[in-house]
Design a binder for this molecule. Structure first.
Ligand code: FES
Length: 190
């Protein structure tokens, strides 16, 4: 069939419009839905690092940033991480009496930027375009978001995989990190 100039006048815009909506639907699907679940972690043994006293995180949503040494290939790197007191027990977290804790890597599993703890979800909804009724972790590079109440699951934006967890232990009122989840995304791939 031979296409006339008149045919092209409607075929080209229609194709472009269909392509745009297809791209838009795929992007929306990736941002909102295509997220990996969070299961029971596989731990890799690491040094025992003192992070905080249990009493220092006295209330739910109190947090503390820290660095944890991890061996990536032949080098040891200081992993940026965060310890959060969460209101509910988390898979891969630690419960001490009535208090629940979760330690997460702060390295975004999308492209490796350092995520920030966002204590105020109202501010977070403006800064990250992600609505939540509780604090979350936000990535300033491409506005990814991770949920501490789903053990660090990626819940918004480009990241697909959760933030790796760090293994916690408690002794005499002190919280320690003793290892980390493998694979340690994004450094270890997987
Ligand atoms: S590096 Fe974090 S969203 Fe892209």
């Amino acid at each position: 069939m031979k296409l006339t100039r008149r045919d092209l006048i409607w075929i080209l815009p229609s194709t472009a419009t269909a392509g745009f909506f297809g791209w838009f639907a795929l992007r929306a699907y990736n941002i909102q839905l295509r997220k990996a679940g969070v299961g029971v972690p596989q731990w890799k043994e690491g040094p025992r690092l003192e992070v905080a006293r249990v009493s220092a995180l006295a209330h739910p949503w109190d947090f503390r940033y820290f660095k944890y040494p991890v061996k990536i290939g032949a080098t040891t790197q200081q992993l940026e991480a965060v310890l959060v007191r969460v209101p509910q027990p988390q898979v891969g977290g630690l419960t001490v009496g009535e208090a629940h804790f979760l330690a997460l890597s702060r390295i975004c599993t999308h492209q490796g930027c350092t995520v920030r703890y966002v204590p105020d979800p109202e501010v977070g909804s403006i800064a990250y375009n992600y609505r939540s009724d509780h604090p979350f972790l936000g990535c300033p590079c491409h506005f990814g978001a991770y949920d501490p109440l789903q053990a660090g699951k990626a819940v918004y934006g480009p990241p697909r995989y959760p933030l790796p967890r760090l293994r916690l232990a408690e002794e005499a009122g002190m919280l320690y990190v003793t290892g980390y989840e493998t694979p340690l995304r994004p450094a270890e791939g997987g």
